[in-house]
Ligand binder design. Structure first.
Ligand SMILES: [Fe+2]
Length: 330
């Protein structure tokens, strides 16, 4: 039986099991590609999850790295309550400032207006219209968020899709000698590294100069829940591999960045109002839309993040903070 079929039938037990656990049989897990992403049908995220739904969602998330829901009726409070069932919810962002909606410091709004307020009016021009490239959320933290939950309030009639990639699969797809070699490497992640924010005259420059955020993480991270090894670098935040020359770092990172986003490891999500994407930042990268110049209409999404732990490499050594405090949730 293929992996895809197994995952669908795993949550559709035989009649005898269904009678004992009625909540399980009404969830459908629909994988969206060979490696990455599954749509989950039959769950209502606005109410406390029955234990069987919680378990099925968590298992699908760990396997497919990102899960999607449609037509959910969530407001800010409902999104936070949903997230809290899976772990402590952090403030919206280390640089959120006063941009969060009143009364909801956990909400990080993703829209051109919110980014202009947070980072300065020309920020989007500097980094391209659509924000940074492939990344996991806020990896410069010593304990980057474990999960992110993003819900759509308004989306354009077409375009504005988000892409995801499975970096456990990307790691496993490297040849063994390369895997062994990179298992021993570490890299610096720094907020603003990819956009030269430390030199920026925009608000983002003041933010990173007054409150810099940087850590040394293992290039290969052992996932704390699945035990999988994952490729833990990303082109938005990973500044350099430490202990090698700048030239060596650049070539190594180019190879790893390219490996992480090979199309076979990726999936693409088309937003609708009420859509929710829930991903594992420890095993997936995502890419904000690159096509805003070709679409019209508002795109307003709201994100929360769940507290993460300190990454650990295959050698058992944890990450080290360079600058910035741990990011705790409640
Ligand atoms: Fe992100």
């Amino acid at each position: 039986m293929s992996a895809t079929l197994e995952s669908v039938t795993a949550y559709a037990p035989a009649a005898s099991a269904r009678e004992k656990s009625p909540a399980v049989s009404d969830l459908r897990i629909l994988p969206q590609s060979g490696w990455t992403g599954a749509e989950i049908q039959g769950a209502d995220l606005s109410r406390p999850l029955p234990p069987a739904h919680f378990k099925a969602i968590k298992e699908a998330l760990l396997r497919w790295k990102v899960v999607f829901f449609r037509n959910q009726n969530l407001d800010h409070a409902g999104q936070i309550a949903f997230g809290r069932q899976f772990g402590p919810v952090t403030p919206g962002h280390p640089y959120e400032g006063d941009v969060a909606p009143a009364g909801f410091p956990e909400i990080h709004t993703v829209s051109p207006d919110a980014y202009a307020k947070r980072y300065g009016p020309n920020y989007q021009k500097q980094v391209g219209a659509n924000g940074p490239g492939w990344h996991a959320d806020v990896t410069p933290l010593i304990n980057p968020p474990a999960y992110s939950i993003l819900r759509a309030e308004a989306v354009p009639p077409y375009g504005g899709d988000t892409q995801f990639t499975n970096v456990a699969a990307a790691y496993a797809g490297l040849a063994e000698p390369i895997r062994k070699f990179i298992d021993g490497l570490r890299a610096e992640h720094r907020f603003g590294a990819s956009v030269g924010a430390e030199r920026s005259r925009e608000k983002i420059g003041d933010l990173v100069r007054s409150n810099p955020l940087a850590s040394i993480h293992p290039v290969v991270r052992v996932h704390p829940e699945t035990g999988e090894k994952v490729l833990y670098v990303n082109p938005s935040f990973t500044k350099q591999i430490v202990g090698v020359s700048a030239r060596e770092s650049r070539h190594l990172l180019d190879l790893l960045f390219e490996q992480a986003v090979i199309p076979e490891y990726t999936a693409r999500f088309r937003w609708e109002p009420g859509s929710v994407a829930f991903w594992d930042n420890r095993a997936a990268l995502h890419l904000a839309p690159r096509d805003f110049a070709h679409v019209e209409g508002d795109r307003i999404l709201h994100r929360i993040t769940l507290e993460g732990d300190v990454p650990v490499g295959p050698d058992g050594k944890p990450s080290e903070s360079i600058e910035g405090a741990a990011f705790k949730g409640a």
